[in-house]
Design a protein around this ligand. Structure first.
Ligand code: CO
Length: 224
């Protein structure tokens, strides 16, 4: 099939509806974007960033990859963060994972999938870091979901450790880093209560959230 007629026709309908509901919408957006938020999420088709937080085009700057990882040397992700912080002046960076993440599950179960195993190795690092907590969970799905939460927290810490975010905080910019997790079964987001606004808050926020995850006080893993 050389053309995806259905999708193109969906697009025509969507653009007409948007223009009708909000006259001048595309003209305004074409001039500039002024999003307040950078979203770093999983590529999973069931977690469409704008849709689940009900934001229009222009309101959310988005980076997605398998298992919402922020790797220290990933120039794709780092470039997105830099542009979002320094050019767009976003006020919030949200790392949003999701329960039942295929990437996290593959890492946990040591599936052999080829090239992607190297990418998922970063999740296995998270797994090894929290091996004691995870080993106490017997149910495999629950252990996977707990690792999904821990993975979000670790990626939040990685965002905080970038030169871009550290420089922004040093300049006195208002920039908060959040860790969220989305439930595929109920469409609801759980805030993992990181909300870090400066370098001095990183250690305490990390310790408190990991402790809350370990004790199950902010976890939804039993219901998702
Ligand atoms: Co995923």
């Amino acid at each position: 099939m050389r053309s995806l007629t259905e999708l193109i026709s969906n697009n025509v309908q969507w653009s007409e509806e948007m223009a009708r509901a909000n006259p001048g919408f595309f003209d305004r957006l074409a001039k500039q974007q002024t999003p307040d938020y950078l979203w770093i999420g999983c590529s999973d088709s069931r977690v469409p960033a704008n849709q689940i937080v009900d934001l229009d085009p222009g309101e959310l700057f988005v980076h997605r990859n398998v298992a919402n990882l922020v790797v220290h040397t990933d120039f794709n992700c780092l470039s997105v963060i830099q542009y979002a912080v320094e050019a767009l002046n976003v006020k919030h960076i949200i790392v949003c994972g999701h329960y039942s993440c295929g990437g996290v599950k593959a890492a946990l179960c040591n599936f052999e999938l080829g090239l992607i195993d190297n990418w998922l190795r970063h999740i296995q690092d998270v797994q090894e870091k929290h091996a004691k907590m995870l080993s106490m969970i017997e149910d495999t799905d629950e252990r996977c979901n707990r690792l999904c939460e821990l993975n979000v927290i670790e990626q939040v810490i990685n965002v905080c450790g970038t030169t871009i975010v550290r420089d922004a905080w040093r300049r006195g910019d208002s920039l908060t880093i959040h860790g969220w997790i989305y439930g595929l079964k109920d469409g609801r987001i759980l805030d993992l209560a990181m909300g870090i606004t400066g370098s001095h808050e990183v250690d305490a926020a990390y310790a408190a959230t990991v402790s809350n995850i370990a004790s199950g006080t902010i976890s939804k893993t039993k219901t998702v």
